[in-house]
Design a protein around this ligand. Structure first.
Ligand code: BGC
Length: 794
């Protein structure tokens, strides 16, 4: 991956600002696009806003007609997908037959401004004092500029936008225009555009999958009383959605009248509001937009809009700030030191995006791209459990719980899937999905990643460890653990040729360049922990909630005898081991594979192996796309000595190409633990700015949520060495060479702890909650009461 990029945006810790706007006439480069056209597509992701329910890309109100390579108007509802028959040349038994794609929905942001008939467009006339800024402390996007029309009219324009955390259906825009050198008429034309389709060919170029053409059938379209409303149903998945907008005008802060007119077509509607404005006065259009799905009606939309109007843009903005304050208070990481601003900006950007992307209603998850674009069809992967959830578990446990609820809600689909795969009992979660069914068409890189079961179990157990929420264990957790464990107990066998150890064959681990392997180290490790924890959960319920246990036994046709087998498997799990090197090969065949010779691969193909080489060519080489065994050693470090981890790290460091964005943050964390501090810092710096500087050149398709969250882990679990296991919460902190100090907060069992690490001391302050005990560098420490501190010399 590249690390040599200059910052794309000015370095400011809490803001991301675009200082140039696109212009059609800009000279085109070799690839046929001007730099700014290319930047536009990327910047739409940078400035994407969401709240876990609705998401909107950072496109302009003027609705420029970018083409498929330069821009994508995108508006989404989490979990709202279209499906269609998947076309296979050759399908195997159990291949998913219906696709799932996050559907691009009608756009209501479009707002055109006319000054005495001249239409504001940034590619006509001249634009000065331009800035478009993502304000991460406030949770808003703001654009300001002065436009001089071809006819010489000068107008100051300020546009604010937010997707409300408090009112999850609401996207709000405040559009201000102030004539600077004329008195005249201003017209705002607010439009609803329902002629939309996904950019499937662009965001998913190597597969024939996804929604093609317009997939929403209109059920209703109206424009009246300063309101626009649309209702539609998907052609394939038969899901219904509605969206609407309401409009209020202000002149110098007072409600203003206007000449109104309306237009409706088959797929679009608009309302025009015209008012007279004098030089120096400010006309403001406040536009509330709502999206809803499920129980949809125009009345419901009107209610939502009326509520939002009553709060007003100013009120929504204040509450947005309060939500962000609450988030930053715990999730923020303060880094002190010269030159830390670039990293702070990267961290804030990453945390902001994951915070806004996570589903919070228990019926939706979080896409690998959040709600920022169409990449990966909007699917949810293990990225959520292994990368994102730990951040929420320690900072916003309610969000983590809602994401676990989503998995729990999808147990029925996971059970069905297990049956398709030949398991009589238990549940197998899909590798990628929206509605809970498997959506991956290529099983070697999809369904074969059985580790997803172990990943969900891992996140669940971390949630229990950190929050102590035993009620959740009784209510949902135990069932999830039992059902996932049952598949592990069926998928492998005690193999005679491996001394009777339990082997799991034909799976794909996290590393997607070594597929359908036997005994993937990571898979066997997570399977073992899943089995152990399921067994513990059963013992716990038997003792503390026998009625619930009985209910589960009846409903799941579960016998506690099953745990005898689980324990036996856990005790006898097989792990490939190479005596000579003293390392755990990623799988049984890894060391037999042909050494990778990068010099034989032309530079332009190196990062795009699946696009340029047959899978067999890739699989036969001894190299790795991303952290796999090393990830296992991070998660379950307590089973390995530091020396062992170092040997393995050294080995994998040589063979890992980091072609997945999920890799560097993990290597950084492990490097921290074994004292490779410079390397840890280098990896951390890459992950911190990976998306902001677009290292992978594909940010246009959406954020890399896993890496974004992994950056937080690289500081907390890497530099500060935080772990939470049976023995409790522990720290092994150090201060990176380039910093003067860093500080962060953690939530742990109802408490909030602030940690500040300096060169020679670590200070812990109990901000909220009762007496806390923890471990620091292997020694026990305690803070007796709220407000108290503990200092450890480093
Ligand atoms: C990675 C997977 C990841 C997926 C979605 C792939 O490139 O190899 O581990 O889940 O992207 O982010």
């Amino acid at each position: 991956m590249r690390t040599d990029k200059e910052p794309i945006y000015p370095v400011e810790p809490w803001e991301v600002t675009e200082t140039a706007f696109f212009k059609k006439e800009t000279a085109r480069g070799d690839n046929g696009f001007s730099a700014i056209e290319r930047n536009n597509y990327r910047n739409e992701t940078t400035f994407a806003l969401s709240n876990g329910y609705i998401g909107t890309r950072g496109t302009f109100e003027e609705a420029y007609d970018f083409d498929i390579d330069t821009g994508l108007e995108g508006n989404f509802i989490n979990g709202f997908y279209e499906s269609g028959r998947i076309r296979y040349g050759e399908a195997n038994f159990g291949s998913p037959l219906r696709s799932q794609s996050l559907l691009n929905l009608p756009n209501l942001k479009e707002t055109l401004l006319y000054a005495d008939g001249e239409q504001f467009r940034m590619d006509e006339g001249t634009v000065t004092e331009y800035a478009r800024t993502l304000r991460m402390k406030e949770g808003t996007l703001e654009r300001s500029l002065i436009w001089t029309s071809p006819g010489g009219r000068r107008i100051r324009i300020r546009i604010g936008r937010l997707v409300s955390f408090e009112k999850r259906h609401i996207l709000a825009i405040r559009y201000e225009a102030e004539p600077l050198n004329f008195d005249g008429e201003l017209t705002f034309v607010s439009r609803l555009q329902a002629d939309v389709e996904n950019h499937t060919r662009k965001t998913n170029p190597i597969v024939d999958y996804g929604p093609f053409g317009r997939r929403l059938e209109p059920l209703r379209l109206t424009a009246e009383e300063r309101r626009l409303y649309y209702e539609g149903i998907t052609k394939g998945s038969r899901l219904t959605m509605g969206c609407g907008s309401s409009h209020r005008l202000w002149l110098d802060g007072k409600p203003a009248g206007a000449r109104e007119s309306y237009e409706t077509g088959e797929l679009e509607a608009s309302v025009s509001l015209t008012l007279a404005v004098r030089k120096g006065e400010t006309a403001a259009l406040e536009k509330m937009i709502c999206y809803l799905d499920g129980e949809v009606s125009m009345r419901r939309a009107e209610e939502l809009l009326a509520e939002a109007e009553a709060t007003g843009y100013g009120g929504l903005k204040e509450r947005q700030r309060a939500c962000m304050d609450h988030f930053w208070e715990t999730a923020g990481i303060d880094i002190e030191g010269a030159g830390a601003d670039a990293l702070r900006q990267g961290l804030h950007f990453n945390l902001f995006h994951i915070f806004q992307s996570a589903g919070r209603d228990g019926r939706t998850g979080m896409g690998a791209k959040g709600l920022s674009g169409e990449g990966y069809e909007g699917h949810y992967f293990w990225d959520t459990e292994m990368y994102v959830m730990p951040v929420f578990i320690y900072t916003e446990p309610g969000v983590a719980k809602a994401l676990l609820d989503y998995r729990y809600a999808k147990l029925p689909e996971a059970r069905d899937r297990a049956r398709v795969l030949g398991h009589d009992k238990g549940a197998l979660f899909p590798w990628r999905t929206i509605n809970g069914e498997e959506a991956s068409t290529y099983y070697p890189l999809g369904t074969a990643q059985y580790h997803i079961n172990g990943d969900i179990a891992y996140a669940l157990c971390l949630y229990f460890q950190v929050t102590g929420d035993v009620e959740y264990l009784k209510e949902k957790g135990a069932e999830l653990l039992i059902e996932t464990a049952r598949v592990w107990a069926d998928v492998g066998s005690f193999a005679e040729c491996r001394g009777g150890k339990y082997c799991i064959c034909s799976v794909t681990g996290p590393d997607e360049y070594n597929v359908l392997v036997d005994n993937n180290f990571y898979t066997n490790l997570t399977a073992r922990e899943n089995l152990r924890n399921a067994s513990r959960a059963v013992r716990y319920l038997r003792e503390h909630a026998p009625e619930r246990m009985e209910e589960l036994e009846r409903r799941l046709d579960f016998s506690q005898e099953e745990t005898v087998l689980w324990d036996r498997i856990a005790e006898n799990m097989y792990f490939p081991y190479d005596e000579k090197r003293g390392i755990y090969p990623m799988d049984d065949g890894f060391l037999m594979r042909k050494p990778w010779d990068e010099s034989k691969i032309p530079p332009e193909k190196r990062a795009w192996l699946y696009e340029n080489y047959h899978p067999l060519f890739i699989m036969r080489h001894r190299m790795s796309k991303q952290a796999d065994a090393v990830l296992g050693m991070y998660l379950y470090g307590n089973y390995f000595t530091e020396e062992e981890i170092r040997r393995n790290y050294d080995f994998y460091q040589e063979v890992t190409l980091h072609h997945s964005s999920l890799s560097t943050c993990i290597f950084g964390i492990v490097a921290s633990g074994i004292g490779y501090r410079e390397e840890a810092y280098r990896y951390f710096s890459q992950s911190a700015r990976m998306d902001l500087d677009d290292y992978h050149d594909n940010f246009y398709a959406g954020i890399h949520a896993a890496n974004m969250a992994g950056t937080w882990q690289a500081v907390i679990n890497g530099f500060a060495g935080v772990r939470c296991q049976d023995s409790g919460l522990s720290f092994r902190p150090y201060l990176p060479e380039d910093w003067d100090a860093y500080a962060f907060c953690l939530r742990y069992r109802g408490r909030r702890l602030r940690v500040r690490i300096e060169r020679e001391r670590a200070e812990f302050t109990l901000l909220e909650g009762e007496r806390i005990e923890f471990w620091i560098n292997g020694r026990r420490a305690a803070i007796e009461q709220e407000g108290g501190s503990f200092v450890e010399a480093l």
